[in-house]
Design a protein around this ligand. Structure first.
Ligand code: C2E
Ligand code: MG
Ligand code: MG
Length: 584
């Protein structure tokens, strides 16, 4: 009985790996009924069955019980002729023939029988007995396989991820249309787990994981399977019929309490992902993936629990695709290109420069806005290559303008990654030399938050660039958490006031005085000021009246393709003569 209990087999769902053996037995004997029958305290329970409707029969006078007790093959050629079995449950139900081979573990414990039954009396040949014995051995091999390497986690003794996936597959066969709730508990972010290991040593972390496993076992209650699906992750299924909202509320409650109790344990840093799925339409691997997605989302939530959302997942997958495809895009010649948005001197109305802005035509997704892909790429190893790509093409364009007699400053956006890139300053200077441009013809735009990410290193890099005579602009000014004390030290020449402030100019006096103060403050610190996102003549007039130096925005021009930019420039140069009149 103990051996059987330890195998966690009783009352588990049917499984194809056993069913194919019973099918074979019934074929070999050409009999309608076959079963893998396990002997419990008071019943014969069928792990696999063909031609039987019920999942168990009473153990009393069950021939399989005798096979289990004797651990020997039993053949009953005719129930009607058998004094003991004639009035058994099977005998009375019309069974006339039985043959069963024992299921014996390596240690010699007998768990039950593999049996075939018929409704006519029958004899068996020695070859048939041998086949039945072989098939019983195959059932045992399958049972042991389920317990072997890869199915039980050696640390916790809990069923592993492989077992979880197999059980999900069996679930699909058993109750295909029933929605189920799966739960994944992640004990800590990778950096938290490595911090644990670093401080306490890996042995102690193993102890903590075991401790967490015990606590979780208690939480989900007896008789339910807890899986150890990754080093610090556990998974289980909610009881059948559980309602999503109620269940998630309950989980959140218990999780909060468990975290409060676990002052030193790993549950303290744990997060929970929940996924609701139909086994028939969701492949086991996808169910597991949705749990990963949910638990990752949970990390950013206050109560550290999140239900899988296909919307969040699609957004994540899209970001992942952008990341994967950006490398090839850098190498292709038809995906990435620059557009140029004019910058206007507000006192003369003339175009005195342009900002180079990157555009991506993705082969499958179509145009992807830089507002979407730039933040993703900036956090990836492609960040430096992206700037190098833009810089190279922007400098080439600046050279063309110079050759055509336009005196324009080229602005290029750079990323936080460039501020810690060794040799960045030198490569910018080399680029300028290669195209025969003076340093003042290039301006590098960098946001406050990029500077603050790595303030010390950023400062050194910016000093180097400024010393080389390259102009620096602080982009999106006002949106970061800037320390004025720090910014006043930055060797920048230009401050670009973010469009979010400019857009609100029409809203009221407070909004206007905010922009006014930003302009004056920047002037006091010696910066030239650019207003971003000027869309209306009123806004242009307002910032001009506040002594703002330059403006950029749809009022003057959208970011333009290179051919259009040159046409725009020619026309604008003619009109510009009249523009200052606007100011009066
Ligand atoms: P940014 O550097 O602040 O660029 C200005 C953005 O404002 C551009 O958006 C531009 O099209 C938009 N804009 C300009 N005038 C107006 C206006 O009047 N109204 C409105 N509503 N928008 C206006 P875009 O091109 O979509 O770029 C978004 C951001 O992506 C940029 O903001 C910049 O942070 C980043 N980005 C674009 N190209 C590059 C690049 O080559 N390198 C890096 N590191 N970032 C880039
Ligand atoms: Mg910019
Ligand atoms: Mg900006």
């Amino acid at each position: 009985m103990n051996a059987l209990q330890a195998l966690n087999l009783l009352d588990t769902p049917p499984s194809e790996s056993f069913d194919r053996i019973t099918r074979m037995a019934s074929q070999i004997f050409n009999l309608p009924i076959s079963a893998v029958s396990l002997t419990d305290r008071d019943r014969q329970w069928f792990k696999s069955r063909i031609g039987v409707d019920h999942c168990s029969i009473p153990r009393d006078k069950a021939p399989c019980g005798q096979v289990a007790e004797s651990a020997e093959v039993l053949v009953i050629p005719d129930f009607a002729q058998d004094a003991f079995y004639a009035d058994s449950v099977l005998g009375r139900s019309g069974i006339r023939f039985y043959a069963g081979a024992p299921l014996v573990t390596r240690e010699g414990y007998s768990l039950g029988a593999l049996c075939v039954l018929g409704t006519e009396p029958r004899t068996v040949s020695p070859a048939e007995i041998a086949a039945l014995t072989d098939l019983a051995a195959m059932v045992m091999a399958q049972i042991e396989l389920q317990h072997a390497f890869g199915r039980v986690d050696p640390l916790s003794g809990l069923p592993s991820r492989n077992q979880f996936l197999d059980d999900l597959a069996d679930l699909a066969a058993e109750h295909p249309d029933e929605a189920r709730i799966a739960v994944l508990i992640d004990l800590g972010r990778p950096e938290q787990v490595s911090a644990y290991s670093r401080v306490m040593g890996p042995g102690r972390v193993d102890d903590l994981v075991r401790e967490a496993a015990r606590e979780l076992r208690r939480l989900i209650g007896p008789g339910r399977k807890l899986y150890h699906t990754a080093a610090t992750q556990f998974t289980f299924l909610a009881p059948r019929g559980a309602q999503q909202d109620d269940y998630v509320r309950l989980l959140a409650d218990e999780h909060r309490q468990a975290r409060q109790r676990s002052i030193t344990g790993m549950l303290l840093t744990s997060a929970i992902g929940v996924s609701v799925f139909k086994p028939c339409t969701t492949a086991p691997q996808d169910a597991l993936r949705s749990l990963y997605s949910a638990v990752q989302d949970a990390r950013s939530l206050h109560d550290l629990i999140s239900v899988y959302s296909s919307v969040a997942d699609e957004a994540y997958q899209r970001r992942y695709q952008l990341l994967q495809d950006f490398g090839p895009a850098l190498g292709a010649d038809d995906q990435l290109r620059l557009v140029f948005q004019p910058r206007i001197d507000l006192s003369t109305g003339r175009c005195i420069g342009a900002e180079a802005l990157l555009r991506w035509d993705h082969p499958e997704l179509g145009p992807v806005s830089p507002g979407e892909f730039v933040p993703v790429i900036e956090l990836s190893p492609h960040a430096q290559a992206m700037t190098a790509f833009v810089l190279e093409r922007a400098l080439a364009q600046a050279r063309c303008w110079q050759d055509a007699g336009h005196s324009l400053v080229m602005s290029v956006n750079i990323s936080a990654a460039n501020l810690i890139e060794s040799g960045f300053g030198q490569s910018v200077e080399a680029g300028l030399r290669r195209y025969g441009l003076a340093p003042w013809q290039l301006e590098l735009e960098v946001t406050e938050s990029a500077i603050m990410q790595n303030a010390e290193q950023a400062r050194r890099q910016l000093d180097l660039l400024a010393a080389a005579g390259i102009r620096l602009a602080i982009d999106d000014f006002g949106t970061g958490y800037s320390s004025l004390a720090y910014l006043q030290d930055i060797p920048a020449h230009v401050v670009k006031i973010d469009q979010s402030f400019v857009r609100k100019l029409a809203d009221g006096e407070r909004e206007r005085s905010l922009v006014h103060s930003m302009i004056h403050l920047s002037h006091d610190l010696g910066y030239r000021v650019v207003a971003e996102g000027i869309e209306t003549a009123e806004a242009a007039d307002q910032v001009r009246a506040m002594a703002c130096d330059e403006a950029q925005g749809y009022l003057f021009a959208r970011p333009l393709e290179i051919g259009t930019f040159e046409t725009w420039l020619r026309e604008h140069e003619q009109d510009a003569r009249y523009e200052p009149a606007l100011a009066s």
